[in-house]
Design a protein around this ligand. Structure first.
Ligand SMILES: [Zn+2]
Length: 188
């Protein structure tokens, strides 16, 4: 990514919204925004195989594995404003399991790009399914979208919930119910 170019664009943006990019508080802003955007979109440039490398372990168990409350921070592709919340993952292994921290990194990798919450949820479930050849995967994301909260549409408390279920999670009601019970989603 060309951070110099992004900084130039941000300087133009500041002028267009009526600001003075030369004033003290804004002088380094274009550079900081460029660095922040590079980080927040680093998922485009990450290599999934390196992200999950060495983090898949052989294990004979085939009972459900649950990882709850993984923090999610992403940018909506419609407004480039943040949406954030929590991701819950469940899967039924078929000989292989994930190191826990790697699931969080996998979530980050797909979250750090312009996203739709629905697509993010699906990409996570499909990646888990294919990388460990699981018997089933369930992913649920609960998130708040600043594009809804900040723009005066009076939906400040709304939470968007998306889920994606594959394999046994799709086929078996009992499995799906076990997943929902185990993640015990809390709603404020
Ligand atoms: Zn939006």
């Amino acid at each position: 990514m060309n951070e110099q170019k992004i900084a130039t664009l941000v300087r133009e943006l500041l002028t267009e919204i009526g600001e003075d990019p030369q004033r003290e508080g804004l002088r380094d802003t274009p550079k900081r925004v460029a660095a922040a955007m590079t980080f927040l979109t680093s998922g485009y440039r990450a290599d999934i195989h390196r992200v999950i490398n060495n983090a898949i372990f052989t294990q004979s168990t085939n009972s459900m594995v649950i990882v709850k409350n993984i923090e999610v921070y992403s940018l909506c592709e419609h407004h480039m404003l943040p949406f954030f919340g929590r991701c819950h993952i469940g899967y039924i292994p078929n000989g292989k399991v994930f190191g826990v921290s790697k699931l969080a990194r996998l979530v980050d990798m797909y979250a750090r790009r312009l996203q739709l919450q629905e697509r993010l949820t699906e990409q996570i479930s499909q990646e888990i399914m294919s990388s460990i050849d699981a018997d089933g995967v369930g992913v649920m994301i609960e998130a708040r979208h600043l594009c809804m909260m900040m723009r005066g549409v009076e939906k400040q408390n709304s939470m968007m919930v998306t889920s994606s279920v594959l394999g046994m999670f799709r086929e078996s009601t009992a499995t799906r119910e076990e997943f929902l019970a185990l993640i015990g989603t809390r709603h404020e």
